[in-house]
Design a protein around this ligand. Structure first.
Ligand code: NDP
Length: 279
């Protein structure tokens, strides 16, 4: 199964499918990521906040897979937004991962009312990490349209991606559109809505008709819309299931039917980014 590589606005590319490791316990992470690498995953999404960067790095080190075949993302912890802390925190992430570079480094949350409302100097410091190649690409996560507008207008640097909550019950269309209009790719987090959308009759009916599982149909919906996904699972069988997205398509009508499940703000699983200002 070949995973498409999508072009980023900085000239690099990103695999459209990966494995997310939020809530994978640190002591199990090396085994879980090792299994994913065996299955064929080459893109891993972690974060300093998840506490499992070391397990990701250990799995990579023992996999024997060439570094340039892998795409590793980590994220700045919410407690480290001051520019000096950005640099220190980034060094710590590389150390934990045992890598000399990451492919993508993100501001995890904008924290718009913390740090005297200053997430711009945070973004400037993150952007500067590309200068010596230790961060190949940089981006943001959970940025609302006004947050994007502000960092771009005040620094002139456009993020490569915006990683935001997106699943059938929460299309997050305003943030999605604001990203895409600026040439920023969308990474959809909780892409299967933490498994809560998998028994939706619209999704199960499509799945039965085309002979795929509800998770595959849901993940393929994101792929059809051009977004990047990294569903989390601890289980090999589900890793294989979630990886099987590129030998079928959904009709435009089925894509629209799944998009119509959007419940707006009611469908959100995580906090609104404006409301997360503590750590
Ligand atoms: P997901 O939508 O990926 O759902 C994960 C849940 O679904 C787990 O309980 C998993 O259980 C289950 N699952 C996975 N595959 C299947 C399947 N095929 N059939 C049935 N159940 C399945 O939610 P996440 O919140 O984990 O999001 C994915 C990733 O997004 C995270 O790991 C992280 O990388 C990123 N993320 C980023 C955030 C941010 O703020 N930037 C916030 C939240 C997530 P099991 O493990 O037991 O298989």
């Amino acid at each position: 199964m070949t995973v498409p590589a999508l072009p980023l606005n900085d000239g690099r590319t990103i695999p459209q499918l990966g494995l997310g490791v939020f809530q994978v316990p640190p002591e199990q992470t090396a085994e879980v990521v090792g299994t994913a690498l065996e299955v064929g995953y080459r893109h891993i999404d972690t974060a300093q906040m998840y506490g499992n960067e070391k397990g990701v790095g250990d799995a990579i080190a023992s996999s024997g897979i060439a570094r340039d075949e892998l795409f590793v993302t980590t994220k700045l912890n919410n407690s480290n937004h001051r520019p000096d802390d950005v640099r220190r925190s980034f060094d710590e992430s590389l150390e934990e991962l045992g890598l000399d570079h990451v492919d993508l480094f993100l501001i995890h949350w904008p924290m718009p009312e913390a740090y005297d409302g200053d997430y711009v100097s945070t973004w400037q410091a993150v952007a500067e990490l590309t200068r010596d190649g230790r961060a190949k690409s940089v981006g943001v996560s959970n940025f609302e349209p006004d947050h994007l507008e502000r960092i771009i207008s005040e620094t002139g640097v456009v993020p490569a991606v915006n990683q935001i909550e997106v699943h059938p019950r929460f299309g997050n269309e305003a943030a999605r559109t604001a990203s895409l209009e600026r040439g920023i790719l969308v990474e959809g987090w909780s892409p299967i809505g933490r498994a809560r959308v998998l028994d939706d009759p619209v999704i199960t009916t499509i799945a039965e008709r085309i002979g795929r599982t509800p998770a595959q149909v849901t993940l393929r919906w994101h792929i059809e819309r051009g977004d990047i996904v990294f569903p989390k699972t601890m289980h090999r069988a589900r890793m294989e299931e979630n990886f099987g997205l590129f030998d079928f398509t959904l009709s435009p009508e089925d894509v629209l039917a799944i998009s119509a499940l959007d419940q707006g703000a009611e469908g959100r699983l995580g906090p609104h980014p404006n409301n997360l200002n503590r750590w």
